[in-house]
Ligand binder design. Structure first.
Ligand SMILES: [Zn+2]
Length: 218
């Protein structure tokens, strides 16, 4: 079941690797389809994944298809899906620049327009929570604050979206923005966009590119 969607999940994971946001078997990608959740397996490198490796489960964690052990963060992912019905895709990475920004900031401000384009605004840094814990999901929901990304202090990043494309764009542009921010901050004070400029940046991206209905071809 869900052959096409499983391929989309794998393709998204490979894109994260391509953009250097995940390494080896780190992080995970998950997708909600109706009452089912597709999750990448635990401890498998993304290059090696085939559709049968993707686990299908219900929101309470009951596995309905798949022989693999799901991501260790599944308990957190299911909590996020449960609490945020508008979220259909979750990406978790250990991307370097955004995680680094989370070590020195409580919030990554909008210093460049590409950040609010993809994340809908500044990105909060959630306090430390252990990987593979329910706490990780609770802190994510608490600190997302209507945006598409949150930085988990001492750990990594969670991005969300109505579909995989939104979550992927949030992860990639967050990383770019974090890198730019840290480079600028290393040599001086960083000016940030005002609320009007942020709003305009969010708005412009709503109609950017092709319809998300074309996600299959992304
Ligand atoms: Zn992690």
């Amino acid at each position: 079941m869900y052959e096409t969607e499983k391929q989309q999940v794998i393709r998204t994971a490979l894109q994260l690797k391509e953009y250097h946001l995940i390494a080896l078997a780190g992080g995970n990608v998950s997708l909600r389809i109706g009452s089912h959740i597709l999750v990448t397996p635990s401890g498998m490198t993304y290059d090696s994944l085939v559709p049968d490796d993707i686990i299908v489960m219900t929101i309470d964690g009951t596995i309905v298809e798949g022989e693999r052990k799901p991501s260790v963060d599944t308990i957190a992912l299911l909590y996020i899906f449960e609490k945020l019905p508008e979220v259909n895709a979750i990406i978790h990475t250990h991307q370097v620049y955004a995680t680094a920004a989370g070590l020195v900031c409580d919030v990554l401000p909008c210093a460049v327009t590409t950040l609010p384009n993809a994340t809908l605004g500044e990105v909060n840094v959630a306090p430390y929570s252990s990987a593979a814990s329910l706490e990780m999901g609770i802190e994510t929901v608490k600190y997302l604050n209507g945006k598409r990304a949150v930085i988990l202090k001492h750990h990594g990043v969670v991005t969300v979206g109505a579909n995989l494309k939104e979550a992927l764009y949030a992860a990639v542009y967050l990383e770019d923005a974090a890198q730019t921010f840290l480079v600028a901050r290393s040599v001086g004070e960083v000016p940030v966009l005002n609320s009007e400029q942020i709003e305009a940046a969010v708005e412009v991206f709503r109609t950017y590119g092709q319809s998300v209905k074309d996600e299959v071809k992304q």
